[in-house]
Ligand binder design. Sequence first.
Ligand code: SF4
Length: 395
Amino acid sequence: MSESVNLQRDTLRAATSTVSLSNRFDRRPLLVFWEMTRACDLACRHCRASAQRHAAPDELSFEEGRNLIDELAALGSPRPILILTGGDCLKRPDLFLLLDHAAARGVPVALAPSVTPLLNVGAIRALREHGVRSVSLSLDGAIPATHDEIRGVTGHFEATVQALKDLKRWGFHVQVNTTVMRPNVNELAAIAAFLVELNVDAWEVFFVVATGRATAGLELAPDEIHEVCEFLLEASRYGMTVRTVEAPYFRRYVKDRAHAQATDHLDQESSYLRDDLVARLGESHRGLRAPSVATRDGKGVIFVSSSGEVFASGFLPLSLGNVRRQGLMAIYQDHELLRTIRAGKFRGPCGECEAVDLCGGSRARAYASRGDPLASDPSCPYAPHAAVMLGVGAN
Ligand code: SF4
């Protein structure tokens, strides 16, 4: 076997090496999302939060937010990462006080603000001074027309690009979130090339779920999803980490490709998006950066809404309790639905799938499409009956 194949095999192993640690998520999540507020000055087409202009009266108070941080701190090291989201977290008047509290209690924080005039250089500097090291922004198109149409604000594309540059200049770990859906799927290669040019650190691609303002017509079909997975793996060769949200089958895809490559059965599939990317950036011979931590909604991931309701994810609107009445960890560890999700006991193809621990399908999409969070993910291109699509058989 050639040196380069060995090298690539090592890279692929590294990309998938964290999979076997997945049962560590029984006791504590890796990521806690806190929707600090639903207030936001934007009105995006696919907004999960159906954000509104003003804060709702039932938002968690400063003290309740502090209690939530204290609960994460009490878990000891390694503490979950607290991702502050919204709405727009910059609309919370006590944001910086809460950041100081998290820093004092050793809870790592990442911020996902909206791009509005509130995210100015002064705010960026203040975030840095208050201990934030990682910020994610949304970019949903490669050109202003697409992004601005989705976000509902003329000039938003330019403002987002400027904010990304400012964040890089201030030394943040910068992540871009892109929601892939019908109106922008053909722009993915152009978006990726643009992000590489901007030197962003990570690209998180959300596969739209028909919840909040998002409708089923925005979702991709399984064959389009396969195309996107093929493309994303390639996109991870250009220096930025590539992850997916509500598309855990990307991990299965990465693993299957690793297996095929390690056994010299890797056939390059045709992919117009990959060809588009290579045409823009040239061939890359760098290693893959597509890490495969086996999380899913409710397994390593938990979401707290602005009013304290707890959900398996922000895209699965099935309340599991409220932090006003119960500790977050008690809900996370003991709720029957979450235990079932972590055990991978699903119905249909997901329940029969050999990749259930690694993937397990989007529970949010199962719920959105079938009203059952334990049903199979209907968007999966790699369901057991469809494994032949990859040409590499079972794992
Ligand atoms: S059938 Fe379900 S568990 Fe298997 S790859 Fe598809 S989404 Fe994942």
